[in-house]
Ligand binder design. Structure first.
Ligand SMILES: [Zn+2]
Length: 560
C-alpha cells in the first residue's frame, strides 16, 4: 500500500514539478498520439522544451505546462507517431538520383532511353550523363539490356545508368571507350562483365565490375554533393523521416555531413556507416579519419553518429549477384558472387569488437548470410562481447537452420519490407519453392526473439515510409495484390511495424535512450499524420498524408 500511495503522489505532483522546472515551449493537444512507449502507449497531448519531450499525457495537464511564448497546436484529432527512421537508406545516392535522370519504373528498355533523351536534351556533347533506376524484371523480356540501343541514341555522350538495386550498371560505347574497357578486360574479383557472344562487353557490369566504369566518371564537386545531400534531406522530411541509417558513405561525404550539421543545416539524425575501409590495419584503413577518430555518437546535438562499418558479403538477387548455397533455380550455372573474402569480414568483426565499432554486413543470399553469421560467431568467440549489436543488412534469403542463429549470436536482421513486395513477382523463380520459405521471413525471425529494424534501401525502393508500413502489415504491393498477401504467415502486426520504424532502429543504432519513442527526456522527434495508420483499413494506409515532420521540437516540413 505504501508503494501505491507513493505512486499516486508522484503522478499528482508530476506536472507541477515539471512546470516548476520551467515552461514548455511546444504543446500539442487533442491528438491521437502513439508513443511506442509501453509505460504509456497512448496519449492526447505532448509537451516539449528545448527539443526534448517534457511530458506525454492529457490535454489538461499539458496545457498547464505551456509557457507564455509556447507554440500550442490543436491537432484536431490528427495522429502523431514518433519520428520515423529508415534503418537502411543511402542519402547521397538519393540526392544524386534527385539531381540526375531517374528511369525507375520504366516498363521497357525503349522507355528508359526515351526518358534519358528527354532529360538530356540540352546536355552538350562529351558530357557524362548519369542516371539510375532501370530494372529488367519490369520489361517484357526480363533480360539484361545490351548497350547497342543506348549507344545509337547517344553516340557522342558517355552514358551510365545504374540498375535500381545499385548492384549493376549499363554503359554505352562512349563510356566503355573512355573507361578503356574492351573484350580483353578481365572480370575483377567479386564482379562480372556481362559479355556478348563475341566476348565483347555487353554494356552491363555487375557488382565489383561497376568500378571499371566508375573510375572514368569525373568526380562530383563538393558543391554538387552538398546540393544533392540537402535535396535528399528535404525529400526525407517531406515523407515523414526524422532519421536514417546510412549504409556506407566515404570520408569525404561524411565530412560534408559534418559541415552541414555543424552549421545547423542538417535536418536529419543520420546513423552513418563507414564504407568498407580496406583491411584492418592497412594504410587505407589507418588513413581513414573516421577510423582513427574512433566511434562517435550523437554529434552536433544528435545529428550524426559515426560508429559503424558497412561491409558487403554478396550482391543482390535481382542481378543474380546474391551468393547462394546452391545454384540459382533460373540459372543453374550461377550461384552468385562473394564481394568480400569471409576472412575480411571476420577480421573487421574482431577489430570492431576491440575498438567499439559496430559491423553491419550486407548479405542477401543464404550463402552470404551464413558466411557473415560464421564470421561474427568466430570473432565473438575470440572477443566475447555482450552488447555488440552486429547487424546483417537485408538478411533476405536464409537457410532454415540459420534463422535461430541471429537471436543466439545477438545479431540484428535489418530488413526492408518493400524489397519483399518489389521482389515477389520473380524471387521464387530465382530460388525455387523450397528456399523461398526462408526469404523475407519476418515472422520466423521475430519468433526467435530478435527485433527487425525496417527500411527501404532508398533509392533502391521509394523513400515513402508508409509503403514500408503497408508492406510490413499486408505483404501486398501498393495495389493490394496479391489478395491476402504473399506468404502472409510472415506479416508483422501494426504494432510491430511501427516499432520496426521507430524504437527498433533506435536499438539497432544504440540510440534507444534518446530516440525511438515519445518518452519524457528523449528528443521531441515526431510526425503528424492525417489519418490513424494503426486503425484504418489496410487499403487506406497508403492514402495517409504527412501533415508535418518535427525534429528536436523544430518543424522541418509542413504540408501546404
Ligand atoms: Zn543498401
Amino acid at each position: 500500500m505504501k508503494h501505491l500511495s507513493t505512486y499516486f503522489a508522484l503522478v499528482a505532483l508530476a506536472p507541477a514539478a515539471l512546470a516548476a522546472q520551467g515552461s514548455a515551449d511546444l504543446v500539442l493537444t487533442n491528438g491521437k498520439i502513439y508513443t511506442v512507449d509501453n509505460a504509456r502507449p497512448h496519449a492526447s497531448a505532448l509537451a516539449a522544451r528545448g527539443g526534448r519531450v517534457l511530458f506525454v499525457g492529457s490535454d489538461a495537464e499539458a496545457k498547464v505546462l505551456a509557457g507564455p511564448s509556447a507554440m500550442v497546436i490543436d491537432l484536431h484529432g490528427a495522429t502523431v507517431v514518433p519520428g520515423i527512421v529508415d534503418a537502411h537508406a543511402h542519402l547521397l545516392s538519393l540526392g544524386n538520383m534527385l539531381q540526375r535522370v531517374n528511369v525507375a519504373g520504366s516498363t521497357s528498355y525503349d522507355e528508359v532511353i526515351a526518358r534519358v533523351k528527354a532529360w538530356a536534351k540540352d546536355v552538350r556533347p562529351g558530357v557524362w550523363i548519369q542516371g539510375r533506376g532501370w530494372d529488367q524484371n519490369l520489361w517484357p523480356s526480363r533480360e539484361f539490356p545490351t548497350h547497342e540501343e543506348l549507344t545509337r541514341a547517344f553516340p557522342n555522350n558517355p552514358v551510365v545508368l545504374t540498375r535500381i538495386d545499385g548492384h549493376a550498371l549499363l554503359a554505352n560505347a562512349k563510356a566503355m571507350e573512355l573507361a578503356h574497357v574492351t573484350a580483353a578486360t578481365a572480370d575483377p574479383s567479386g564482379g562480372r562483365i556481362v559479355r556478348l557472344a563475341s566476348g565483347a562487353p555487353s554494356g552491363v557490369f555487375v557488382d565489383n565490375a561497376n568500378g571499371l566504369i566508375d573510375r572514368a566518371i569525373p568526380a562530383a564537386t563538393r558543391a554538387d554533393t552538398r546540393r544533392a545531400i540537402l535535396a535528399a534531406i528535404a525529400e526525407a522530411n517531406r515523407l515523414g523521416l526524422t532519421g536514417i541509417h546510412d549504409p556506407g558513405e566515404d570520408a569525404e561525404t561524411i565530412g560534408i555531413f559534418e559541415e552541414l550539421a555543424k552549421a545547423g543545416n542538417y535536418n536529419l539524425r543520420n546513423y552513418v556507416m563507414l564504407s568498407d575501409p580496406g583491411e584492418p590495419g592497412s594504410t587505407a584503413a589507418l588513413g581513414n579519419p573516421y577510423i582513427r577518430r574512433g566511434p562517435q555518437s550523437a554529434l552536433y546535438d544528435g545529428h550524426l553518429w559515426i560508429r559503424a562499418i558497412k561491409l558487403y558479403a554478396d550482391g543482390a538477387l535481382g542481378s543474380r549477384g546474391a551468393a547462394l548455397l546452391a545454384p540459382y533455380s533460373d540459372e543453374p550455372s550461377n550461384s552468385g558472387l562473394l564481394l568480400s573474402r569471409p576472412e575480411h569480414i571476420e577480421a573487421w568483426a574482431e577489430t570492431a569488437l576491440r575498438s567499439g565499432f559496430q559491423v553491419n554486413v550486407h548479405a542477401i543470399g543464404d550463402r552470404g548470410n551464413r558466411i557473415v553469421l560464421d564470421a561474427f560467431d568466430s570473432a565473438l568467440k575470440k572477443v566475447p562481447t555482450a552488447d555488440h549489436r552486429f547487424r546483417i543488412e537485408h538478411a533476405q534469403i536464409l537457410s532454415p537452420e540459420d534463422i535461430p542463429r541471429f537471436a543466439r549470436l545477438g545479431v540484428i536482421p535489418s530488413m526492408q519490407a518493400t524489397h519483399q513486395t518489389s521482389d515477389m513477382r520473380w524471387a521464387e523463380t530465382r530460388v525455387g519453392p523450397q528456399r523461398i520459405r526462408g526469404a523475407y521471413a519476418w515472422r520466423s525471425l521475430l519468433n526467435t526473439g530478435v527485433v527487425i529494424p525496417n527500411g527501404t534501401d532508398f533509392p533502391v525502393e521509394e523513400v515513402n515510409p508508409l509503403l514500408t508500413f503497408h508492406a510490413a502489415v499486408t505483404r501486398q504491393d501498393p495495389s493490394n495484390m496479391p489478395a491476402g498477401g504473399w506468404y502472409p504467415e510472415q506479416k508483422m502486426t501494426r504494432e510491430e511495424a511501427l516499432q520496426s520504424m521507430t524504437i527498433w532502429p533506435a536499438y539497432a543504432g544504440f540510440q534507444e535512450s534518446i530516440l525511438g519513442s515519445l518518452t519524457p527526456g528523449k528528443y521531441a522527434d515526431f510526425v503528424i499524420l492525417d489519418r490513424d495508420i494503426m486503425q484504418v483499413p489496410d487499403t487506406e494506409i497508403l492514402g495517409t498524408r504527412v501533415i508535418s515532420t518535427w525534429i528536436g521540437g523544430k518543424r522541418v516540413y509542413e504540408a501546404k
